[in-house]
Design a binder for this molecule. Structure first.
Ligand code: ATP
Length: 345
């Protein structure tokens, strides 16, 4: 339904011109949630702004149901946007904020009232309709921002780092209700985030951007288990990338073990230990100077000098791309079935 094809965007003019989006393509199907994932400055918001119609593109196309959107105004695209800072009218009431897009559509008062009340009920803000937005908590403002974005039944919902202003305790619960809400309402959604956990838990499909280019795309399981390249492996899963028998190998911190049941990586000396609640992140240095991260229960026996083994080694070629032709048996993390997965030794 929504297709972005070979999008290129630059900022500046003539000799100051800088390409920030370089040949990006993506697809958003009905009822799907997709994420644009990547570090700061990789071009996530620029892509979102182009889809919303806030920005002109240099080349490529944005199509909705097969028709180009490039000549269609932002308003006619009927997109719902939730900005990072919510962009609510602080001195207006919750009701007035949610009502705003309906007024812009020219809807009559009675219809507006019905829609605002229904959506406020849906996001749990029905009893706050007369309250001024400046008096709400961060989580409540977020609910109002989402209600305002979806009240007009948008073609597509765009979420730009929607959870970044919330504290850690609130973020997980908010992620779940936003996910369930847009899924239940069947609103196709694009979320921009730099947080891999957020992308993995909320999305049907993830596009990882790097320096304005598409680094990798896939569903969360594939992106985690079979990263297209070393950049993706490091970004998603914080994978160790090491030289192993003259091969470039990725091994996730969870897959580094003391047990002799898997492949020997070398003898490691513990050089750093960071506590992360029940787990500890251990950094070992191998004899050849390479460092390996390992995640282990902080309550278990932690050794200072130890043989380290890798449970799953993912092999990359000399350009850092996943070697796909290899097919070997392994036991994946998520279940005990033996599956054939490409690129893993
Ligand atoms: N209006 C602008 N004029 C010039 N350069 C810009 C403008 N907006 C963004 N950029 C540049 O374009 C690149 C992509 O920016 P963009 O905001 O899309 O990245 P992002 O991935 O969303 O980053 P963040 O996570 O920090 O918001 C960056 O190098 C940024 O400095």
């Amino acid at each position: 339904m929504l297709e972005v094809k070979n999008l290129c965007i630059s900022y500046g003019k003539k000799k100051d011109k800088k390409t920030v989006i370089d040949d990006i393509s993506l697809t958003l199907d009905k009822g799907q949630i997709i994420s644009l994932l990547g570090s700061s400055g990789c071009g996530k918001s620029t892509t979102l702004n182009a889809i919303a119609g806030f920005l002109e593109v240099d080349s490529g196309d944005i199509l909705y149901n097969g028709q180009t959107w490039l000549d269609t105004s932002t308003q006619k695209r009927n997109i719902g946007v939730v900005f990072q800072d919510y962009a609510l009218y602080a001195n207006k009431s919750v009701y007035q904020n949610i009502e705003m897009p309906l007024k812009m559509l020219g809807m009559n008062k009675k219809e507006r009232k019905e829609k605002v009340e229904t959506i406020a009920e849906r996001v749990g803000m029905a009893s706050f309709l007369n309250k001024q937005v400046s008096l709400l908590s961060g989580g409540q403002k977020q609910r109002v921002a989402i209600a305002r974005a979806i009240v007009k039944n948008p073609t597509v919902l765009l979420l730009d780092e929607p959870f970044s202003a919330l504290d850690a305790a609130l973020r997980k619960g908010t992620r779940d209700w936003v996910h369930d809400l847009v899924k239940e309402m069947g609103i196709p959604t694009i979320m921009v985030t730099h947080d891999q956990e957020e992308a993995l838990s909320m999305s049907d499909y993830i596009y990882l951007l790097h320096d304005g280019k598409m680094a990798c795309e896939g569903n969360p399981y594939d992106l985690w288990n079979l990263p297209c390249n070393t950049y993706t492996a490091k970004f998603v899963g914080n994978t160790n990338i090491i030289n192993y028998n003259n091969k470039t190998i990725g091994v996730k911190p969870q897959d580094v073990l003391y047990q002799k049941t898997s492949k020997l990586l070398g003898i490691g000396i513990l050089i750093r230990m960071d506590y992360a609640g029940d787990d500890a992140i251990l950094i070992y240095q191998l004899e050849d100077g390479q460092e390996i991260k390992m995640i282990k229960s902080a309550h278990s026996d932690i050794k200072e000098v130890v043989e380290l083994y890798g449970r799953r080694l993912i092999e990359f070629d000399e350009n850092g791309n996943l070697i796909k032709e290899r097919e070997v048996k392994l036991t994946p993390m998520l279940n005990s079935l033996t599956l054939e997965i490409e690129g893993v030794i």
